[in-house]
Design a protein. Sequence first.
Length: 108
Amino acid sequence: MGLEILIKPHFMRLDEEWHANWYGVVLVEKEEHIQPVYEALCEQDDYWDGRIHLIKVAPKEIDSTSDLTHMCDYVGKTDIYDIPTLQAKLKEQGIDVGFYQYCPDNDY
């Protein structure tokens, strides 16, 4: 199970899929989790190299999904091939990770 964020007054379950060429953010609970998540992403897809800025510490609560949208950047050709496996691998290290994306054109 991935990361949850409180959107007043309810919780939001973060995405369990990733789309290249959308806007997105990878969310972790702590600053020290960014590097291991980055390394795991680079290990499974070379396009993650140099894109550590797409990984950010998740807010504990937000007012709306627009708060998450503002955290997103263009993800380019990055991909995540098997999110449940990646999450399980990171969970073994005590790291919860979540994903949020949007497509501004809604062409997909």
